[in-house]
Write a protein that binds this ligand. Structure first.
Ligand code: HEM
Length: 441
């Protein structure tokens, strides 16, 4: 990567404190100074390529996707805690399992899940007391976790197990963040037994899931939920997933499915609370829509302005703010050569706010996503990634988020107690605190 514009190791070290807190402003300055693609030297042996170029992002995710794999951040560092499922594997192993898991997320299957999802959402939203002020992230975190848990297992009697699973997921994620942000401490994390301790939590989570799977098999009941679909999924030779592989996939669905959704919901609700005009428009658009009907799939198209608000929320605050890849073959982009084994970060947050492609990029304007106005924003908009590794749960997530926002707006007018949201870019992009007041309508 010799000829790319370069950020030196010295600049990284000079800015290390602010980078540790929030690396996005540092990268933004680099993009403005050096252009859409540059490399950051991280010591004598390594460099990371950063890009917000939509052409190169498309090339990596779609046109030349075979030349790029997920990086070891996911396939090694994350995988050691949550196993080798869809999110954390590459190559033939990934392809085989994508073919098996994807049908569980087809629209026909989601139609059934939608009702499980809706019941879980309503139950969680009962926790809101009229006129109270609440921090959104913990509330949406619990809600999104319950939605995944119910969609997987459709059981109310395993709350303590689900709570334990959530605790483990959070504790292990915090450990992983420490490992990633302080790689120079990794020798100590190993020596002090910290990593071993966290791996033992993962083992507990796996045992917990193993028991739940066993109970389902013994009960021989048909539930039409995600676990049922994964139990019925078959390899080409007619065999089913091993128990360990099934547990890997379940852990991945929990991990990939709840935090991203909780972040997107928290940011979108904040944006609606801050932008009363759009909130009023969203409320008017659903005031007469009946959410109690028996066919929710038919109701969803009536909630299209709510969908636009969520899409705009994810433009401004994409939960997957960087997508990482490793080149497994040499590739060319314009005059540049990207050598094999280069680490690449696709800067989705930057692209979503690039004034070249978005008018008034800092403003919340759900009208940009009006389906009747033909725009080619798909080329500059990647909240769910793109290409063969695009989010398998994107429709699931959209349906869930639309229902949550519609249910809330029907009952409450939202007011922002938190005046400016502070972002917290960890593995996903989170808000620090979003306190909203729920005034009954
Ligand atoms: C707002 C919510 C969500 C966002 C923003 C989101 C975003 C993403 C993105 C950007 C990717 C691609 C990552 C890459 O290419 O490296 C991805 C992959 C994935 N997501 Fe989501 N996701 C969301 C919700 C969900 C849900 C609800 C589920 C499941 C219940 C899910 C399951 C997955 C899985 C399994 C993968 C890996 C797919 C593969 O590599 O084949 N996601 N997600």
């Amino acid at each position: 990567m010799k000829n790319f514009p370069t950020v030196s190791t010295y600049q990284v070290l000079k800015n290390r404190k602010s980078i540790l807190k929030n690396p996005l402003p540092f990268h933004h300055r680099n993009f403005e100074r050096l252009g859409d693609t540059f490399k950051v030297n991280i010591g004598p042996s390594g460099a990371i390529l950063f890009t917000r170029s939509p052409e190169y992002i498309r090339q990596v995710l779609q046109k030349q996707h075979k030349k790029y794999h997920k990086s070891t951040l996911q396939t090694r560092d994350l995988a050691k805690y949550i196993g080798k499922g869809l999110l954390t594997s590459n190559g033939e192993h990934w392809r085989t399992h994508r073919r098996m898991v994807q049908p569980a997320f087809h629209k026909k299957k989601l139609e059934v899940l939608l009702h499980i999802m809706h019941a879980a959402i309503r139950k969680e939203l009962e926790r809101i007391q009229p006129s109270e002020s609440k921090d959104m992230l913990p509330l949406m975190g619990d809600l999104a976790f319950q939605v995944v848990a119910q969609s997987l297992f459709s059981r109310d009697d395993i709350q303590s197990e689900m709570e334990a699973l959530k605790q483990i997921a959070e504790t292990n994620q915090n450990m992983l963040i420490r490992e990633m942000r302080q790689p120079f401490m990794n020798w100590w994390f190993k020596l002090s037994g910290e990593i071993k301790r966290h791996l033992s939590y993962s083992k507990q989570a796996r045992e917990l899931l193993d028991t739940i799977i066993q109970e389902r098999i013994v009960s021989a009941s048909e539930k039409d939920d995600l676990l049922d679909m994964l139990l019925k999924a078959r390899y080409e030779d007619g065999t089913s997933m091993s128990r360990q592989q099934l547990i890997d996939e379940l852990l991945i669905l929990f991990t990939a499915g709840h935090e991203t959704t909780a972040n997107a919901l928290s940011f979108t609700l904040f944006l609606l609370a801050k932008n009363q005009k759009q909130q009023q428009k969203a409320f008017n658009s659903i005031a007469r829509v009946d959410l109690n009907g028996s066919n929710l799939m038919e109701t969803l198209p009536q909630l299209s302005y709510i969908k636009q608000c969520i899409e705009e929320g994810m433009r401004l605050y994409p939960p997957a703010y960087y997508i990482d890849r490793m080149s497994i073959k040499e590739d060319k982009f314009g005059d540049y050569t990207i050598p094999k084994d280069s680490m690449i970060l696709l800067a989705i947050y930057e692209l979503h706010r690039d004034a070249t492609f978005w008018e008034a990029p800092e403003e919340f304007q759900p009208e940009r996503f009006d389906p009747s106005v033909k725009k080619d924003f798909q080329e500059y908009y990647y909240p769910f990634g793109a290409g063969p590794r695009m989010c398998v749960g994107n429709n699931f997530a959209m349906y869930e988020m639309i229902l949550v926002v519609a249910e809330i707006l029907k009952k409450y007018e939202l007011n922002a107690v938190t005046k400016e949201v502070e972002i917290n870019p960890l593995i996903t992009l989170k808000p620090k605190e979003v306190i909203l007041k729920f005034a009954p309508r």
